[in-house]
Design a protein around this ligand. Sequence first.
Ligand code: URA
Length: 175
Amino acid sequence: MRPEKDCQLCSLHVGRTIMVLPCGDPSSKVCFVGEAPGEKEDLSGTPFVGRSGKLLDKMLAEEGVERSSIRITNTVKCRPPGNRDPTQVEMDACRPFLLAELQDCEAVVALGRSACRSLAGLTAPMKEMANKRMSIDVGGREVLLIPTYHPAACIYRKEAREGLRETIRSIRPLV
Ligand code: URA
């Protein structure tokens, strides 16, 4: 189940250049879920190709995980104007597509607060949630969810970098 090419289920379609669908290995058991496409993603149609994507790639490589061996997607497939956070309504409209993308996964890494909110309704500060494993229901199946820091938070914050690094290390055996 994928969004229609001209999807208009929420207002994000208005500013969309290209819809950003998942990248990476479609048969991977591990999926990283970010917040929403930014400017570079909207222009290229690929998740995490801008500044935070570069940092994510670097951290994955440093921990011995190849970007191409995992799956990467976002809570919403279209860029919010001015890179604002996606609203609950926008995430709700896109959630059926997100859940379809996770159908064969064993582990989901929720990058940042929007992903945590969309996937598990979590609203606590990231400091309290990061790397506390839980399970979510994906189509009647229990799937491991690991809340963690968004790569954008890691650009300037050491604590966030260490948290995301710990997450990447912990999923390595599943990749
Ligand atoms: N930030 C995200 O959450 N997702 C992207 O694809 C790029 C930046």
